[in-house]
Design a protein around this ligand. Structure first.
Ligand SMILES: [Zn+2]
Length: 208
């Protein structure tokens, strides 16, 4: 694979649910808009599937012989496949965009983030999306001669003012914006976090 031209630009990335990625450049990359619609549909059809499963059981029919169940099973699988295909396409484009425009990419190590271990569909899809996104960034960085710096979650990226370094109090998730009491900069929570991730990543890179 041929190296991409250097841009002399570094970027910090914060991962989210509503916005898939928030960049230190101030860009917010919204998660797929169609996603919710398709996921709602998936949920509905999955409910139908479990009803048909129960019906077949009640009537003592084998699942392999239950036409309604099999039809519904294929329907659910197709919706799921559609979600996965669109997601892959979206993540491919996004990772290429970031790798093309930046030489050093700083982000959190997902292994230390404590992913949502629950069965809520939207969140489990977000988990998989993040992991797949990081994976794509990593192999593309290798292909194209770029660099990924990962750091653990212990670093309190949302509490520190990215302008003056003041360590403010803990911010609950509902606080989306805040003003630093020291330098009076008004922050978007996620963009501030991604700026801190960038600064911390570059600091660690220099320390090596
Ligand atoms: Zn400040």
């Amino acid at each position: 694979m041929q190296e991409l031209p250097k841009t002399n630009s570094s970027v910090g990335i914060d991962l989210g649910i509503k916005d898939m990625a928030i960049l230190s450049t101030g860009e917010k990359i919204e998660n797929l808009k169609f996603r919710k619609q398709l996921e709602d549909k998936l949920r509905r059809e999955q409910r139908k599937l479990s009803k048909r499963f129960l019906n077949a059981k009640k009537e003592n029919r084998k699942l392999s012989e239950s036409k309604n169940y099999q039809k519904q099973r294929i329907k659910v699988a197709k919706i799921y496949e559609k979600i996965m295909n669109r997601r892959t396409d979206f993540l491919n484009k996004l990772s290429t965009y970031i790798i093309k425009n930046h030489d050093i990419i700083c982000m959190e190590d997902l292994n230390t983030r404590g992913l949502f271990h629950n069965h809520k569909l939207a969140k489990s899809i977000a988990d998989v999306s993040w992991a797949s996104f990081v994976n794509k960034l990593e192999y593309k960085a290798k292909w194209y001669g770029k660099e990924i710096i990962k750091m653990d979650r212990l670093y309190p990226s949302s509490r520190i003012c990215s302008v003056c370094g003041n360590r403010d109090g803990k911010k609950t998730l509902d606080i989306r914006e805040w003003t630093c009491p020291v330098c009076h900069t008004h922050h978007d929570r996620d963009i501030n976090a991604s700026k801190n991730i960038l600064a911390e990543g570059l600091r660690r890179r220099q320390a090596i």
